[in-house]
Design a protein around this ligand. Sequence first.
Ligand SMILES: NC(=O)c1ccc[n+]([C@@H]2O[C@H](COP(=O)([O-])OP(=O)(O)OC[C@H]3O[C@@H](n4cnc5c(N)ncnc54)[C@H](O)[C@@H]3O)[C@@H](O)[C@H]2O)c1
Length: 305
Amino acid sequence: MAEGMLQGKVAVVTGAGRGIGRAIAIMMASRGASVVVNDVGAGLSDQNADQSPAQEVVDTIKKAGGQAVAAYDSVADWDGAHRIIKSALDNFGRIDVLVNNAGILRDKMFHHMTKDDIDAVLKVHLYGAFNMSRATVEHFRKQESGVFLHMTSRSGIYGNIGQANYAAAKLALVGFSNSLQLEMERFNVRSNLISPSANTRMTQSVPSAKRGGAEAQAARLAAMPPEGVAVLATMLASDAASNVRGQIIGARGSDIILYNHPRPVRILQRDGGWTPESLAEAMPAMASLYTPIQAGSDAMKWNPV
Ligand SMILES: NC(=O)c1ccc[n+]([C@@H]2O[C@H](COP(=O)([O-])OP(=O)(O)OC[C@H]3O[C@@H](n4cnc5c(N)ncnc54)[C@H](O)[C@@H]3O)[C@@H](O)[C@H]2O)c1
């Protein structure tokens, strides 16, 4: 395999048996990385175990001349996450890149959401990222280098109907990544978030009604192959992105979208402090600055039934 921009690096990609993770694992390997392909083989909303998706990706990478091993543990499990990272060290001797990508959905209106719907989604997206990053961070600190990439979502950044559990987990990852960046800056470690849009079973599960129907949805999705996200992830993992730290960057088809961080747009002050009445009088000065919440985007609109 020709020298690539990730030559000599070792990457762990979670949820890499399908969709975006699969595309990232294959593209990183094509650019010279040795890849741990982690996937528990879950259904869209469950935690069933099936080794074949991860194995298929490993076979694909090896067939193209790349290096990869499969790891089937769940990221939601503390010990399992440590075993996944150990597999990078045992097989390839180090770890340079962790991509926290594994995910499931349990979409429902919040008043229908069960404890299990909340727990399951937080455990994979949020605890999964905690577990994997905690198992990795000591190695990054010692070697004074490393790259964290976490998949957030427009549903997290803006909120979305039917995804209170998922949106909360995805926005929590923003706070998590920013904190990792602040803590690990002095060890030359980078932490960034990707907000992807891609044609996967996850987006195919979004109801097409109200969005121009199934045909329009299929055309929209076809314009967003997962490889578009893999290009961004591969570049961000490389030394070419050494100045990209603490950012949220979207990838949608051939669009690459830089998000800002929320910051105050106006601060009201009053000598002696506020009373509820005086604040009620002053608040209209802020009204022109209110921005409506835009649901996670048209593409993620939930059609309540
Ligand atoms: N597809 C999009 O447009 C989109 C948009 C926003 C965010 N995302 C995020 O991108 C990531 C990938 O999504 P996708 O669309 O490729 O989904 P996908 O369902 O195609 O793939 C997710 C993979 O994660 C695996 N997985 C689930 N639970 C796991 C666990 N506990 N341990 C290990 N692996 C597990 C599944 O088996 C599956 O192969 C997710 O975090 C998702 O929330 C996707």
